[in-house]
Design a protein. Structure first.
Length: 803
């Protein structure tokens, strides 16, 4: 048995080169999980955070640097090459000019860039705001009349960082070769996971998605954040049963029996009226009282904590969700890396290091500039039993399939993946509409589909037989469901002593809030993140209809790979108890640091930044057209001033520093808007980028599949699937040896691969297989009528579902 003091990545060595918050965050995750990470800079590179020294920013830098060996001075190329030769993985920062081909670590290089190395945006300046604008996420948040709202600082770079972490661990799990694997990662492409659902809604419905207002996401109602006696609660009630139960919880019996409010579409049309009644009812109880009543009635209701509430949160305390960060300026609490490994936990105490001596260089290294070897997919040979449904879990397992793992998707005619649909009428089933939902098809490509009725003894026996041959299991069922099915962790260990089981739920298992019913919206609400978005005078503001789903999927995949690498080294499996609220909690780090440094500092600034100025989304010519601009240096501001016709600002002490520009933000914004209102956003972005200013059009969702840069980069995967036909899907953001990874087989039809998988993995013969089909244990279509299958806790209801 391994000690809990042993980290999962013990023995892994990483060199982090150059600049970039995404690469630094990737290194932060690796160090937290036990890798030895040395951060170096090459002569000529700028600091990771190119900003004036302010306490919150320096605290964030300390957070990124904690428990790493950090070089005190930039190194020459030869010294860096020597260090890298002894390392397993080399990370190259998105703001560095370093070439991956100048070093040869034992396993792989992971080269991060903002936009990739192919396409019209290749040389563009990137920033969190610019990346978000190109994902179309801001377009759907904020007031109807605008401006669209960005989610906040560091979101895009953290998503890029955890995706790079996935690439680094895939490299460690790959079959050994004598040639370094070369991974590339575009931060823009990594962030498109947050847009996938919307992309497929547009494709399925044939209509654009429009911004509906603060905390309003058509056709869901109610889905938002509401005041109560002592704070705020997040509520998502989309199904008829949830609406009726919510009305019972709130004492709104009249509304609960009103047929004109029976569906979410009808409620959305009368949302002002519905929310007015809800707010009146909520005013008599506390946030925790309402959340407790929601749990008891199976309604998604959560406390929405502010910064102070996060720091004293009872479940975060019970799960040790916050780590202690020791810096030269004091002690801070920060979100802990959310992997929740039962036997190899991540660090609970972080020590910031600045100027430590790095390890002595090894033997002289010689860079290889020859043609790269075409390696196999890094996870080939791994088998994962997949019991997930909806968005978050299937995204995690699709990433595994995209990287080469064999993923066995287990569902049943009685309880199919509910992203296939929930409208189980005879007509729907006869027309095979359950094979036609675009979001299901995209989230399940590359998987093998097995149909097993897990409520039957024979189905459970076969599922356990598959687990016995698997390397890992992943699931995102409601709390307690796997145990009730006889497929809990103890049951799996009985057939495979070293199995890894990754469970993904809202607050994790085994605590007072584990029974919380949740969607992706609930995860964002429960993390407290909405308290740091939007402006003064507005309620805590959500960034997305289901932000927690894609983010939870990324960290679910990363957690499973972490456990797999520990198992590869030690032979030991373990239980991975993911709280997807904790995954969202990562984004609160900058605000929590600022709050602890100065509790009076404003934490809600709309599209403005705590340090940079100007920073915003500005109106352009045309209906609902906008341009994102993020000025991150005095030099960049001078370039902006020239472009918009205000050269008199250059050299003026009132505009020289970010602090002075923040004081004159209104004046600067007015001048920028006067220029942008006459511009087409794509052309304006190109003009500003040519001048060296970070800018991008704030895209609409329907523009993503037509984006010329993504097309030129080969990002999309085009598949043709039986019944549902052709579909263009978002690809994986990771390239290996210059070739984009990604599964190129379509999502399985219900039970499509049952026979070949059961024959190969279990040794099932044909006659018993046919008997199981005749008995209904194995089915190829929904087997019974019901209003809705039992759904997992963490998903956003499909837009085209009836209810």
């Amino acid at each position: 048995m391994q000690s809990k003091n042993q980290r999962a990545l013990a023995g892994m060595t990483v060199i982090e080169i150059g600049n970039g918050a995404a690469s630094a965050y990737c290194g932060r995750l690796l160090a937290d999980a036990g890798a030895s990470v040395t951060a170096v800079k090459m002569v000529g590179d700028a600091p990771t955070i190119v900003r004036e020294r302010t306490d919150p920013e320096q605290a964030f830098y300390a957070y990124l640097s904690a428990d790493k060996f950090v070089s005190g001075a930039p190194l020459e190329l030869e010294a860096i090459q020597r260090l890298c030769q002894a390392a397993d993985v080399v990370l190259i920062g998105e703001d560095s000019n370093f070439s991956a081909f100048d070093v040869n670590p034992k396993k792989a290089t992971v080269d991060l860039t903002w936009f990739g190395r192919q396409g019209p945006y290749e040389a563009w300046k990137g920033s969190d705001l610019v990346i978000q604008a190109l994902t179309a996420m801001p377009h759907l948040a904020g007031p109807v009349g605008g401006p669209p709202l960005h989610a906040g600082d560091r979101h895009a770079t953290m998503i890029g960082g955890v995706t790079a972490y996935i690439a680094a661990l895939a490299a460690m799990l790959a079959k050994p070769t004598q040639v370094t694997r070369r991974f590339e990662l575009s931060i823009l492409e990594a962030n498109l996971v947050v847009s996938e659902m919307h992309i497929y809604y547009v494709e399925q419905d044939g209509a654009p998605i429009k911004r509906q207002g603060v905390n309003r996401f058509s056709p869901h109602g109610p889905l938002g954040i509401y005041p109560c006696k002592d704070g705020w609660v997040g509520i998502t009630a989309t199904t008829p049963d949830q609406w009726k139960s919510l009305c019972i919880v709130l004492g709104m019996e009249k509304e609960g029996t009103d047929e004109k409010l029976a569906t979410r579409q009808l409620r959305f049309e009368r949302l002002d009226e519905v929310e007015k009644a809800m707010i009146k009812a909520l005013s008599v109880g506390t946030a925790e009282q309402w959340a407790e009543r929601g749990r008891s009635h199976r309604v998604p209701i959560v406390v929405v904590p502010d910064a102070a509430g996060i720091l004293i949160h009872p479940i975060f305390a019970a799960r040790e969700s916050l780590a202690k960060l020791f810096t030269r300026s004091g002690l801070f609490k920060v979100p802990r890396t959310p992997f929740s490994l039962s036997k190899t936990p991540t660090r609970e105490t972080l020590n910031a290091v600045d100027g430590e001596l790095i390890a002595q260089p090894g033997p002289s290294a010689h860079a290889s500039h020859g043609e790269p070897l075409q390696h196999d997919s890094p996870l080939s040979g791994l088998t994962v039993a997949d019991f997930t449904m909806g968005w978050a879990g299937p995204l995690a397992s699709r990433l595994l399939a995209d990287l080469g793992a064999e993923v066995l998707k287990i569902e049943a005619g009685r309880y199919p993946d509910w992203w296939r649909g929930v409208n189980w009428t005879p007509e729907y089933i006869a027309a095979k509409q359950y094979e036609n939902t675009k979001h299901y098809c995209a989230l399940n490509r590359g998987k093998r589909g097995i149909s097993l009725d897990l409520t039957s003894p024979a189905g459970k026996k076969l599922a356990l037989a598959l687990v016995a041959k698997a390397d890992a299991v992943i699931e995102n069922q409601a709390a307690g469901v796997m145990d009730k099915l006889g497929l809990g962790y103890a049951d799996l260990v009985a057939v495979n002593a070293n199995i890894i089981m990754t469970s993904m739920s809202a607050f994790g298992t085994g605590n007072a809030w584990s029974g919380t019913r949740a969607y992706g919206s609930t995860l964002e609400q429960g993390s407290g993140l909405p308290h740091f978005m939007g402006g003064p005078g507005t309620p805590p503001t959500m960034a997305h209809m289901a932000y927690g789903d894609p983010v939870g999927g990324l960290y679910g995949c990363a957690s499973l790979l972490t456990a797999l690498l520990h198992k590869r080294r030690t032979g030991e499996g373990q239980y991975v108890n993911i709280s997807m609220v904790e995954s969202m909690l990562q984004f609160t780090t900058p605000a929590l640091l600022q709050y602890q440094a100065d509790p009076t500092a404003p934490l809600r600034r709309g599209n403005r930044h705590s340090f940079f100025a100007p920073h915003g989304i500005y109106p352009c010519a045309g209906e609902d057209r906008w341009l994102a601009i993020a000025v991150e240096s005095t030099e960049m501001f001078a370039s902006l001033a020239r472009v918009i016709g205000h050269s008199e600002w250059i050299g003026d002490a009132g505009f020289d520093l970010a602090e002075s520009r923040r004081r004159r933000h209104d004046e600067i914004d007015a001048a920028i808007s006067a220029w942008t209102k006459k511009q087409e956003p794509h052309q304006a972005a190109a003009i500003l980028q040519q001048a060296g200013v970070a800018a991008a059009p704030a895209l609409h969702t329907e523009e993503i599949l037509k984006n010329p840069h993504l097309i030129a980069a080969g990002f999309f995967i085009d598949l043709i699937r039986e019944i549902s036909g052709p579909q263009r899907q978002a690809g994986v953001a990771i390239l290996q040896d210059g070739k984009r990874l990604g599964a190129h087989t379509p999502a399985p039809l219900l039970g499509e691969h049952s026979w070949p998988v059961l024959e190969r993995h279990v040794g099932l013969e044909r006659a018993p297989y046919e008997a199981l089909v005749n008995e209904g244990v194995i089915t190829f279509a929904p087997a019974s009528l019901r209003s809705m299958p039992r759904k997992p806790d963490d998903q956003c209801l499909p837009k085209n579902a009836k209810g």
